[in-house]
Design a protein around this ligand. Structure first.
Ligand code: ATP
Ligand code: MG
Length: 448
């Protein structure tokens, strides 16, 4: 829903360059489908423009991420994409980061870089503004473009060079309290991915260049995933949204329920442990896509960059920090990998670019045009996100495009139905078709 008219579009006017041809350079389904559905267009290696359809999905995902971050008590800010090299020298990561970092210099020959992540910058903001034990806990986040000059950008937006990431950072007085902040994000992540209709399994992970002692990756299962994973089937079946979350209570028991079951990527996999902890029938070896990664790393950055608070007794203490990433743009591809068929994308309703697609089978026929138009206007007024295919095209082409772009509900209107006073309603996911009067259709869609 929105207060302008962008939620309701006529296909004849909407910028949606779909194609039948399979792009030759796209190796995996999501990349092929995103190109064919006119969602993105590559501008150079690993760098994409988001066309209207793709941009709508990106915004939907971003909105869910934002709502769940806010619910967990994180506060949104916005840091720049360009950072100073000196800040990274102070943390010691300027040299370590190597060729993945895009280094730039300005007209005064000052060294700058396009941020691959923001631990340094947020720590510097904290250090320059907060002083007292009363200023913590705080969890701050932003949703901003990042750049990593990946050796092999591939799979479209899944491994881009420029990509959109939510990154949050927690600041606490003690490591026990830091763990509390970590647990909140852990639960927020489970909820975030569940709301997008995907199953992201938390796995014990290596902390890599970010450093620290505690870390989990959130991985969705997909055959084309880059990570090999090992887990307990019970984790896949666990229901995240079963109960409302209360972030004020001790979340450790809930986190333990998830981390108590075996799950690991190949880097952390221990075959003996796997066999000892997981009954044979429940051992899952599969491939997966990393969509989120959380870390608790204590005082690694706060010590070096002076993010310290004064205690009641006058002593000074470096704050305990964690960082929490979600690959917002990668998720667009990841969700498609997890949800598509031969014909195209199958969007989970919560992230679909439009909820309803109207197909006019006989454009130019007065009765059909009017019936479609009435429905379109009514849905638009009700705030339903709707795309009306009003082009003078063959029905076959309209069907193919609607399947390709993955709109959850199709309403198909042709001369026969109009005569009988019924609309054909098709569920993209199940393939189920029903005939409804327009009133019955509205109640099926939950509107009056
Ligand atoms: P990967 O192992 O896939 O290279 P990473 O561990 O380097 O990712 P993090 O630093 O943990 O990535 O970044 C947080 C999240 O940002 C990742 O979980 C992933 O979803 C996303 N991400 C990282 N690199 C890329 C990329 N090149 N393109 C798109 N999304 C990315
Ligand atoms: Mg990672």
């Amino acid at each position: 829903m929105s207060d302008d008219n962008s939620h309701a579009v006529r296909r004849s006017q909407f910028f949606l360059p779909t194609t039948k041809e399979t792009p030759s350079d796209a190796q995996i389904a999501s990349h092929r489908l995103m190109l064919r559905a006119g969602m993105v267009r590559q501008s150079s290696a690993g760098i994409y423009s988001w066309l209207p359809l793709g941009f709508r999905v990106l915004r939907k995902i971003e909105k869910i991420v934002r709502e769940e971050q806010n619910l967990a008590g994180a506060q949104e800010l916005l840091m720049p994409t360009i950072q100073s090299a000196d800040l990274w020298r102070a943390s010691g990561r300027y040299e370590d980061y190597g060729k993945e970092m895009l280094r730039i210099s300005d007209r005064h020959d000052r060294e700058m870089l396009y941020g691959p992540t923001n631990e340094e910058l947020i720590t510097e903001i904290f250090a320059g503004t907060l002083r007292s034990y009363r200023d913590v806990p705080k969890t701050l986040y932003h949703i901003q473009w990042k750049f990593r000059d990946e050796v092999r950008p591939r799979f479209g937006v899944m491994r881009g060079r420029e990509f959109y990431m939510k990154d949050a950072y927690s600041f606490d007085l003690t490591s026990e309290l830091g763990r509390v902040s970590y647990n909140k994000m852990f639960i927020a992540y489970l909820r975030t991915f569940a709301r997008m209709g995907i199953n992201a399994i938390p796995m014990r992970a290596d902390t890599g260049p970010i450093g620290g002692e505690l870390s989990h990756e959130f991985i969705i299962l997909a055959d084309t995933g880059e990570s090999e994973i090992f887990c307990d089937q019970d984790l896949i079946d666990m229901d995240v949204m079963a109960s409302e979350v209360d972030y004020a209570v001790d979340l450790q028991p809930i986190v333990d329920k998830w981390t108590g079951l075996y799950a690991a990527t190949d880097e952390m996999h221990d075959e003996k442990k796997f066999e000892a902890n997981v009954p044979e029938g429940k051992r899952v070896c599969a491939r997966g896509i990393e969509v989120g990664h959380i870390f608790f790393f204590g005082t690694k950055y706060s010590e070096k960059l002076g993010a310290k608070v004064n205690l009641q007794n006058g002593d000074e203490r470096a704050v305990q920090m964690g960082s929490y990433g979600i690959g917002v743009s990668r998720l667009v591809g990841g969700i498609i990998e997890a949800s598509h068929d031969e014909e195209g994308i199958i969007w989970p309703e919560s992230v679909a670019p439009f909820r309803v697609g109207i197909i006019n089978l006989r454009q130019g026929d007065n009765a059909c045009d009017q019936s479609c138009n009435d429905l379109f206007i009514k849905l638009a007024e009700q705030g339903v996100e709707v795309i009306y295919d009003d082009r003078s095209e063959r029905a076959g082409g309209k069907f193919a495009d609607m399947e390709l772009t993955g709109i959850p509900y199709q309403v198909i209107i042709g001369p026969k139905g109009v005569e009988k006073g019924v609309l054909e309603f098709k569920n993209r996911k199940t393939g189920e078709r029903e005939e409804f009067s327009s009133d019955a259709l509205f109640s099926r869609l939950g509107i009056n």
